[in-house]
Design a protein around this ligand. Structure first.
Ligand code: SAM
Length: 227
């Protein structure tokens, strides 16, 4: 898996890269690299944005700046690139990220994530230079960097070698193994704290019953969500 993140703030990802599962995924062969739009802007003084036509608040990330950065990275027309590679604009109004989309992205050999800032992208970026528009939820962040980290986190932890226990990603909230429902509850020692006891079935050592109880808990949580 190769991921290129286009951003105005590459240093924002330093903490993220230090996370164990991210470092593991990279050690296992994943590649995470950054392209700073500002390094490739054709405009003077590192300009990347401009005022919106029609007036209004804020600044807009320019289409020629995004194109220049993509051409510098890939050596080709981004319009053609978007038909061959997942080029994903992070934008609040996009398709909302869920586990099925994460699985889809984790199966790709390469991803490009475009982080917006200010009022967002000039619409022509979204119309002509990307294959996907992706939102991490129906709220607005100041920039696409946190959204890119969310996508990378969710995707990288699905890759072999990222987590200590490969099974962790097979059966967890929203996975096919749980029928898309949230995961069942977990408990650890002590078995009792302030009178709050761990359910007896989990202490029984009876694996079939434990399994049945967990699946039932997961189903109940799923039902509660849809009510
Ligand atoms: C302040 S936002 C722009 C919001 C835009 N004016 C709007 O109302 O939809 C700046 C950038 O942050 C990123 N961003 C903000 N919220 C996001 C979300 N929920 N999902 C994905 N990206 C988001 C996008 O890259 C966006 O271009």
């Amino acid at each position: 898996m190769e991921i290129d993140v286009f951003t105005l703030f590459p240093p924002a990802f330093a903490w993220f890269e230090g996370q164990r599962h991210v470092a593991n995924a990279i050690a296992a062969g994943a590649r995470l690299e950054y392209v700073d739009y500002r390094d490739h802007t054709p405009l003077r003084s590192g300009q990347v944005d401009d005022t919106p036509f029609g007036g209004g608040a804020g600044m807009v990330l320019r289409v020629d700046v995004v194109e220049a950065a993509m051409r510098a990275r890939y050596g080709r027309d981004p319009v053609e690139l978007a038909s061959e590679r997942r080029v994903i604009a992070l934008t609040p109004g996009g398709r909302v990220l869920d586990d099925a989309l994460v699985d889809e992205l984790a199966a790709e050999p390469a991803l490009t994530l475009l982080c917006g800032r200010y009022e967002g992208f000039d619409e022509r970026v979204l119309e002509h230079m990307v294959s996907d528009r992706l939102s991490i939820g129906r709220y607005v962040l100041a920039g696409g960097e946190l959204a890119a980290m969310v996508v990378c986190d969710a995707v990288l932890r699905k890759l072999p070698g990222a987590l200590g226990h490969e099974g962790s990603v097979v059966e967890e909230s929203f996975s096919a193994a749980l029928g898309g429902a949230p995961e069942y509850p977990h408990y650890t020692r002590p078995a009792e704290h302030r009178g709050w006891r761990v359910p007896d079935v989990l202490l029984s050592g009876h694996h079939a019953r434990i399994r049945e109880w967990r699946l039932e808990q997961s189903r109940m949580r799923g039902d509660a969500e849809t009510e």
